[in-house]
Design a binder for this molecule. Structure first.
Ligand code: C2E
Ligand code: MG
Ligand code: MG
Ligand code: MG
Length: 274
């Protein structure tokens, strides 16, 4: 894989999809105040019979370069919908799942209609799928992206900006596009202890989002100190190794059965406004 990732992807991607060697790993997201699970993010893991686990950092750039990233993203959405259907059929309660879309998906196909077709095929409600788009996708004036995002939002999907703060045009994006939630890039938490600036920036992001009516989630949370600080500044949701690593589906966790209370509690949702 390392020697020629382009060739590896070219030669093996079709087979990997066909054999379902690409798995969905789910990482939990929790409410900062209660610690309750409020959703999951679906992350792709390519488990090759020979090479073993290949991380998205290795194959996603190749799929993008080869114009095939939308095939992965649609496959992931199908797997997520199928998983949700199984949970529901087992009589369990569902949680929301976020899927990552690439900017290129919006150019390669009518991604909104493709996602809708899969959602309907599996009888999923819109509220159980969120769309994450990484900030670096917004680096230029992009009509396909703007129009696609608008379709998702008008249909009732939540659209989240991933890795907020990592790109150079973050603040412009907030002016030009409408998001439901900012996933704050983990970089600010990395040097948190040594660099007081990071704390000021995190607090400012959360405060600004609040004034813009946008929800916030901090990703890459690894310590209790970070949890305490993020709670203090009013960040609403947390995700990271401290809370849970990405893992294959566990129906008890996915359904919230391991939680003390119903994670889809109506009053809690009303409180957080989603
Ligand atoms: P992302 O969407 O920002 O996902 C978060 C990444 O941070 C994941 O890496 C996750 O495993 C990792 N992470 C989570 N918590 C922690 C933590 O506490 N500490 C540290 N150090 N890392 C943490 P992963 O799974 O390797 O994915 C990397 C990126 O690849 C994702 O970043 C996303 O942009 C992309 N990606 C993953 N799956 C898909 C997919 O199905 N489609 C598309 N288009 N992109 C995907
Ligand atoms: Mg993401
Ligand atoms: Mg992210
Ligand atoms: Mg990231």
């Amino acid at each position: 894989m390392q020697k020629d990732p382009g060739r590896f992807v070219r030669e093996r991607f079709d087979q990997a999809i066909k054999n379902q060697d690409i798995k969905v790993y789910y990482q939990p997201e929790v409410r900062a105040l209660t610690g309750r699970i409020c959703g999951f993010e679906a992350l792709a893991r390519w488990i090759d019979p020979v090479e073993g686990m290949i991380s998205p950092g290795a194959f996603i750039p190749e799929l993008e370069a080869q114009g095939r990233i939308h095939e992965l993203d649609l496959y992931m959405i199908r797997q997520v919908c199928a998983g949700q259907q199984r949970i529901e059929r087992a009589g369990l309660t569902l949680t929301r799942t976020s899927v990552n879309l690439s900017r290129l998906d919006f150019e390669a196909c009518d991604i909104f209609s493709e996602v809708e077709a899969i959602r309907q095929e599996y009888g999923r409600k819109i509220g159980y799928l969120n769309i994450e788009i990484t900030e670096s996708a917004f680096n230029r004036d992009d009509r396909a992206l703007a129009e696609g995002m608008k379709k998702f939002r008008e249909a009732g999907y939540q659209v989240w900006m991933d890795d907020f703060g990592s790109g150079y045009s973050s603040l412009n994006n907030l002016k030009d596009y409408t998001f439901d939630l900012l996933k704050i890039d983990m970089e600010f938490l990395r040097d948190f202890e040594e660099k007081p600036q990071s704390k000021v920036i995190l607090a400012a992001i959360v405060n600004m989002a609040k004034q813009l009516g946008i929800h916030t989630l901090a990703e890459g949370v690894e310590t209790q100190t970070q949890v305490a600080f993020l709670r203090d500044i009013g960040c609403e949701k947390l995700q990271g190794y401290y809370i849970g690593r990405p893992a294959p589906m566990d129906e008890d966790i996915m359904s919230g059965r391991k939680e003390a209370e119903d994670i889809e509690d109506a009053t809690e949702d009303a409180y957080y406004g989603d």
